[in-house]
Structure formats: structure tokens, C-alpha cells
Design a protein around this ligand. Structure first.
Ligand code: RFL
Ligand code: PHB
Length: 391
């Protein structure tokens, strides 16, 4: 097989890149190791930044966001006895949207199918070759067991945190940074209308809790739990009780509605960056290059921002033989990556129980400041609602 851009991974980064390239007439083939059904069912992010929504709209992918998404002006931050609303629109003039990653993924699938774009699912032993040459290629075994070779002008690694692209960069040519947090999230999806109009991020002595949502009838909630927690130890009753306590049930008459839990999982929290995001004819985008803990709602948005930058760079490289944008890609993308790394670490550190009683007092002081000072609140709002693309 031959194409212009070989894309490894059919997550949001890979499928959106294929979509943006096609809009400028650049061909690509996406190679994905999982099945189509598996990729479609993965439950992950829930919040789109202002600039992600603008980009998806300008790419012709906004219709379902406008029809089914829910625009939020801000979030609630709380600790026992106090709940404060931060209004991002008042503070920085930008909102966010509740629109699940599964929905983004479904929109991208539908667009790929409508356009007849090639996505190869269930590819095994995916390997990247000759990345320093002008003729890189990707090999894999397809679902029928046949060996395949995909030749391309450029390879883009959109294969998330466990794919082969990141480590295809020789060790001597890459630098990495990592922070593993001493806690995880237990996440649930429940068939129950949200008990709040906008997301609640709660500091609590028992551990962090968050109330998010997917629709008027589906809630998404999270609890801080120790690393290594087994979901089997958390019955539905235990989960609802902990959520109610940490989210402040009975505080000023507020109660948490409970309902049938349809999904339960434990996710570890990690920060990670690999740079540069380019090696020869290999470019990295999304989780393949960087991971953030979910507290800042940045992972999906960063993946979108990366490909928004990469698509025009590849079009210029392949159509006009102008490498200026491609050469600048890594450095430009990393400015936003590190901003989001810092914000995600900061939100995580401010809200989770870790450390001693002194740390807890520092967290509470920080929370009081961001909820009472306009300058403090605007800093959080600017980062959460997202800096403009190109920052
Ligand atoms: P993905 O979505 O992981 O897609 C990578 C794809 O590559 C495939 N792959 C391979 N393909 C071919 N060959 C191989 N050898 C391969 N190995 C892997 C994988 O099967 C997969 O299909 O990465 P991408 O596209 O970079 O997108 C990144 C986002 O998925 C991720 O950052 C977010 O989900 C993070 N995240 C959140 N981000 C937000 O912006 N807002 C949120 O509210 C938010 N909440 C979350 C999250 C992530 C979570 N989890 C489970 C990690 C909440 C959760 C619970
Ligand atoms: C979610 O809805 O899954 C979600 C929302 C905000 C976050 C993390 C996850 O910070």
C-alpha cells in the first residue's frame, strides 16, 4: 500500500488529522490495532475547550456538538462548607462544552466513512521503519493474518501512551519527563440526571471527588482512590456514599441523585512529555507525545491542538515543499503542551489529598484565593477554557 501520510492510531488525534489533511487534498491511511467497536466504546474525556469546538466546527464537525453538546460558562470549586462558581465567560470571555470523547470519536468515524477514507482496524505488530529517510514505511499484520507494508512520505504517531511511535525515536534523540501521582481515580458512568448544572471539583479530607456529566440523563463521577485499588472493593453503595459525602450532601440543601452504575474503572494518574515531537519524517501528536492527569480536562484538547498545528504543516510540506511549519511544529506544539502540563499538575496538586496537614492548609489557601480574587480566578479560567490555538 502507498499513501502520503501514514497515521498510526485511530483515536481522536489520528482520525481528526486524517480529516483535516483530506480537506486539503492530502491522502492518508490510518492503521489501528484495536477493533472499530472497541475504539468506539472507550469512555474517556468529557470537556471540549472553546478553541477545540471552534476547530471542529470549522472542519465541518460541529453539527452534533451544536445539537447535543452542552455549553458551560464555568465550573464549581468546593471544599467542606463552601461551593464557589467560577464564570469563565465573565472572567476571560470563553466557555467550554460538555461533549464526550465517544461522541467526538463517533463524529470522526462517520466523516471518515462518508468520505471513504481508509482506516485499517485490528492491525497487529505495527512497526515503523526508515523514519530518517524520505521513504518511511509502516508494517503490520492485518486482520486476515496477511503481512502488509504501507509506504508514505510522512508517518504520524497518534498511537497514544502505549503505541510504538514514541519509542521509534532513538533514545539518544529524545528527552522525557514523567511524574506518577500517588493516587488514582475511580470513575463511574451512571444513568441518572446530573445533580448539578456545571461540573463540581471538590476538595475533601477523604479525597478528591468530581461530578461531571454526559447528557441530561447520564452522569460521570470520579473519586480519588489509592493506587492499586480494585474496583471489586467498591460496591455501588460504597461509591454513592463516598461521592455524597465528598461532594457535600446536605450542604445548603444540596443532595446527590443516585442511579444505576453502567461503567466502573480505576485510572492511574500520570504526567509525561517526550520531546522533540518530530524525528526525521516521524511526527508525534496527542497522547503519543504527552500525558496529563485528567483533573485539568486537557488530554483530548491537547490532541486536537497538536493536529490543528500539524495538518497545515504537512500540507505545506507535501504540497508546496515548504518545510517551515513542519520544522517549527515540535517547538510550537510544546509551548502549549508545557502550559497544559503545568495547569493539569497544578489543578491535580491543589485538589487531591496527599502529603501532610501543612499541605492541606496550603491547598485550602490556594482554593480560597482562586475563588475570591478576580486575578486568581481569571488565571484558572484562562487555562481551563483554553488558550487560543497557536499559543
Ligand atoms: P488515544 O485516544 O489513546 O488514541 C490512540 C490510538 O492508538 C491506538 N494504538 C495503536 N494503533 C496502532 N498500532 C499500535 N501498536 C497501537 N497502540 C495503540 C489505540 O488503540 C488508540 O485507538 O490518543 P489520542 O488520539 O492522542 O487522544 C488523546 C485522548 O484520548 C486523551 O488525552 C483523553 O482521553 C484524556 N482525557 C481527557 N482529556 C480531556 O481533554 N478532557 C477530559 O475531560 C479528559 N478526561 C481523559 C479523561 C482520559 C481518561 N482516561 C481513561 C485515560 C478521562 C479519562 C477517564
Ligand atoms: C469527564 O467528564 O470525564 C471529565 C471532565 C472533566 C475532567 C476530567 C474528566 O477534568
Amino acid at each position: 500500500m502507498r499513501t502520503e501520510v501514514a497515521i498510526v492510531g485511530a483515536g481522536p488525534a489520528g482520525l481528526l488529522l486524517a480529516h483535516l489533511l483530506a480537506a486539503d487534498g492530502v491522502d492518508s491511511v490510518v492503521v489501528e490495532t484495536r477493533s472499530k467497536a472497541y475504539v468506539a466504546a472507550r469512555i474517556r474525556a468529557g470537556i471540549l475547550e472553546h478553541s477545540s469546538v471552534e476547530l471542529l466546527r470549522s472542519a465541518g464537525l460541529g453539527a452534533n456538538i451544536d445539537a447535543h453538546g452542552d455549553e458551560h460558562r464555568g465550573i464549581y470549586l468546593q471544599w467542606p462548607g463552601e461551593r464557589h462558581h467560577l464564570d469563565f465567560v465573565d472572567l476571560v470571555g470563553r466557555s467550554v462544552w460538555v461533549y464526550g470523547q465517544t461522541q467526538v470519536q463517533a463524529d470522526l468515524h462517520a466523516a471518515a466513512e462518508a468520505a471513504g477514507r481508509q482506516v485499517v482496524y485490528e492491525a497487529q505488530d505495527v512497526a515503523l521503519h526508515d523514519l530518517e529517510s524520505e521513504r518511511p514505511f509502516v508494517t503490520f499484520t492485518d486482520a486476515t493474518g496477511a503481512e502488509q507494508r504501507l509506504d508514505a512520505d510522512v508517518v504520524v504517531g497518534c498511537d497514544g501512551s502505549f503505541g510504538p511511535s514514541r519509542s521509534a525515536v532513538p533514545e539518544a534523540k529524545r528527552e522525557t519527563w514523567e511524574r506518577v501521582y500517588p493516587y488514582s481515580w475511580l470513575g463511574i458512568l451512571a444513568d441518572v440526571p446530573p445533580s448539578t448544572d456545571e461540573l463540581i471539583y471538590a476538595w475533601h479530607p477523604d479525597g478528591f471527588a468530581m461530578h461531571s456529566m454526559r447528557s441530561a440523563t447520564v452522569s460521570r463521577l470520579y473519586l480519588q482512590v489509592p493506587n492499586g485499588t480494585d474496583v471489586a472493593d467498591w460496591s455501588d453503595d460504597r461509591i454513592w456514599e463516598a461521592l455524597s459525602t465528598r461532594l457535600g450532601a446536605s450542604q445548603e440543601g444540596w443532595e446527590l441523585r443516585t442511579g444505576a452504575i453502567t461503567e466502573k474503572s480505576v485510572l492511574p494518574m500520570r504526567s509525561f512529555v517526550q520531546q522533540p515531537m518530530r524525528y526525521g519524517r516521524l511526527f508525534l501528536a496527542g497522547d503519543a507525545a504527552h500525558i496529563v492527569p485528567p483533573t485539568g480536562a486537557k488530554g483530548l484538547n491537547l490532541a486536537i491542538a497538536d493536529v490543528a498545528l500539524l495538518a497545515p504543516a504537512l500540507v505545506s510540506l507535501l504540497r508546496k515543499h515548504d518545510a517551515t511549519l513542519a520544522d517549527a511544529y515540535s517547538e510550537t506544539a510544546l509551548r502549549r503542551v508545557w502550559r497544559c502540563e503545568h495547569f493539569s499538575w497544578w489543578m491535580t496538586s491543589m485538589l487531591h489529598q496527599s502529603g501532610d496537614a501543612f499541605d492541606a492548609q496550603l491547598q485550602l489557601s490556594q482554593l480560597r484565593w482562586v475563588t475570591s480574587s478576580t486575578a486568581g480566578a481569571a488565571g484558572l479560567a484562562e487555562n481551563y477554557a483554553g488558550l487560543p490555538l497557536g499559543f
